[in-house]
Design a binder for this molecule. Structure first.
Ligand code: CP3
Length: 368
């Protein structure tokens, strides 16, 4: 038997804890489910050990390594979901761009897109199964190895966030190179956003076919757009992605909850809650009660403790979690941080966060 036939996307172990999926659909749960963005990350000594001396994207291309890194946080903490270890920048790679992870500097594109003519350097037709098949294999392998303990989340970067990386060539404070395109080359910008959307739709469908049980779309750079630019260059593509993925899945008699996480996009909350996503992810700058009011109970919410609250002593974390739960309420709510965990965070405090969510929410639900 070849290695591939050993990890077919079928006969997965039965799911034992579906709390996350029920909360995503707004159904009743016994406790509020919780997971953390970047839960597989450098704050865990075992993660640092597994990653030591290895190239980041080489690690992403190894299904075995991705599976191991995805499972590590679950061995420590009773998270209610796992997220596949990968990166949003595998999509620009699949479109033909070189991306490297430079230690101490972060993601780097040696040849970013500079002018609209550079779009010709991108692959016209991306063979998603060929270019990103390694992610699908990682998902299938992990679905088997997770033994049905919790659901597995697949993810992608959203078009605008990926476009901004492809033009900036890496991290940026102003994102002025990418925003220059929006103002100077709106047509080329839309062309690039459409190209990305087409790849992303296929990529997400491939992840579900491989075994992903929910999908999160990271619009991490939403906040650098204003409300007008968000409505033109981000929202339509976020909507298109959810609609097309859902339509295709429906044809196949399938459905998975989708989460839109548009960081710092206050102005987009009402629109996002009417964009075919079951869940809207929130960063920590949004007050839970006002987020509920503005989304009008139409969607489940996910978030949004300030990641830096994990630097607080454990008792204080517990108090902060309690207030957050009271603000969101326990129904249609998935606890998370407002962004990813940082490398210098104490795993013990992450454990305290998870425990506080479970304990307080169980009590609140019992008292209802
Ligand atoms: O646990 C998880 O959340 C799953 C894995 C995951 C990673 N990246 C692993 C990773 C996810 C969901 C991402 C998404 C991602 N990658 C985003 C969107 C989420 C967000 O943070 O807004 C973005 C913007 C990226 C691009 C990226 N990749 C950055 C900015 C960095 C940090 C670079 C640095 O040096 O700090 C990465 C690297 C990366 N991706 C790490 C991890 C665990 C850390 C580097 C390492 O392991 O060597």
């Amino acid at each position: 038997m070849s290695k591939d036939t050993l990890i077919l996307p079928k006969d997965f172990p039965q799911l034992q804890n579906d709390t996350f999926l029920r909360a995503a659909r707004g159904e009743e749960t016994e406790h509020v489910p919780v997971w953390c963005m970047r839960q597989a990350g450098r704050y865990l000594p075992e993660f640092r050990e597994s990653r030591a001396g290895k190239d980041f994207f080489e690690t992403c291309r190894s299904p075995e390594a991705c599976c191991e890194l995805t499972l590590q946080p679950l061995r420590r903490f009773p998270f209610d979901a796992a997220i596949i270890f990968s990166d949003i920048l595998v999509v620009p790679q699949a479109m033909g761009m070189d991306v490297q992870m430079v230690p101490g500097k972060g993601p780097t594109f040696p040849e970013p897109l500079k002018e609209p003519e550079d779009l010709q350097r991108l692959r016209v037709k991306v063979d998603v199964a060929k270019e990103l098949g390694y992610v699908f294999k990682a998902i299938t392998l992990t679905r088997h190895k997770i033994e049905g303990k919790v659901p597995l989340i697949g993810f992608t970067g959203a078009p605008w966030t990926l476009m901004s990386y492809m033009i900036e060539g890496g991290g940026s404070n102003t994102h002025s190179k990418a925003k220059r395109w929006l103002y100077r080359h709106p047509e080329a910008s839309h062309m690039l956003l459409r190209m990305l959307t087409d790849v992303i739709v296929e990529y997400l469908l491939g992840q579900v076919a491989a075994g992903a049980q929910a999908l999160q779309v990271f619009e991490s750079h939403a906040g650098i757009l204003g409300p007008v630019e968000f409505k033109e260059f981000s929202l339509p593509y976020l909507r298109d992605i959810a609609r097309r993925v859902k339509d295709k899945l429906k044809e196949a008699g399938q459905d998975v909850p989708m989460i839109a996480f548009a960081k710092d996009a206050h102005y987009g909350l009402e629109d996002l809650s009417q964009s075919h996503y079951e869940v809207v992810g929130l960063d920590w700058t949004i007050d839970p009660r006002s987020a509920r009011e503005r989304t009008g109970g139409k969607v489940s919410l996910q978030g949004n403790m300030d990641p830096c609250a994990l630097y607080a002593p454990k008792e204080r974390i517990s108090d902060i979690v309690k207030k957050m739960l009271e603000g969101f309420g326990t129904r249609g709510y998935i606890a998370n941080l407002g962004h990813g965990l940082y490398p210098d965070m104490d795993p013990e405090n992450v454990g305290a966060f998870v425990e506080a969510v479970h304990q307080h929410s169980k009590q609140m639900i019992k008292q209802m």
